[in-house]
Design a protein around this ligand. Sequence first.
Ligand code: ADE
Length: 194
Amino acid sequence: MRFDIITVLPGLLEGPFAHSILHRAQQKGLAEIHVHNLREHSEHRQKSVDDYPYGGGSGMVMTIEPFAKCIEALQAERSYDEVIFMSPDGERLDQQIANHFISHKNVIILCGHYKGIDQRIRDTYVTREISIGDYVLGGGEVASLVMIEAITRLIPGVLGNPESLAEESHNQEGYLEYPNFTKPSMWRDLEVPA
Ligand code: ADE
């Protein structure tokens, strides 16, 4: 599965993609993660990607053109199953949605910032809007990371022991994972149950 993430903060994503499951999935050739710096698609001298909102109000709005250029350049290379916008007012991410996404081959993920993005980007390109919970983050980057990890670990072959997927919380409807214990069997006055 290929993820193309469009962001103004590519550095924020580098570390997490270079470690643990996300790193292993890429090493095994099971996931491809490409981070695109939105500013590189700005024609502005200062590489700005935002402007004042029409109608006033506080905060800046991310402009159409850099997103349009980056998305269209990617779409000219391959077809995409989905263009996802990470947004606190999107559909709430859960295990079922993560499972659904593993049937996809290529997805573009847009990370917003500031007050939001020009609505015309959403109307023209976005096919799905995803939230990771009812709280507002500084931008979509951390949310995209959460979503990509939730999806990637479900791709067959990514986890060493696929049985752990079947057992864990949220995969069995209505059940949460049982408590786990390891050695020592007795720690202070707490014993592992028989
Ligand atoms: N961007 C800002 N807050 C977010 C959230 N809760 N989920 C997804 N994207 C976001």
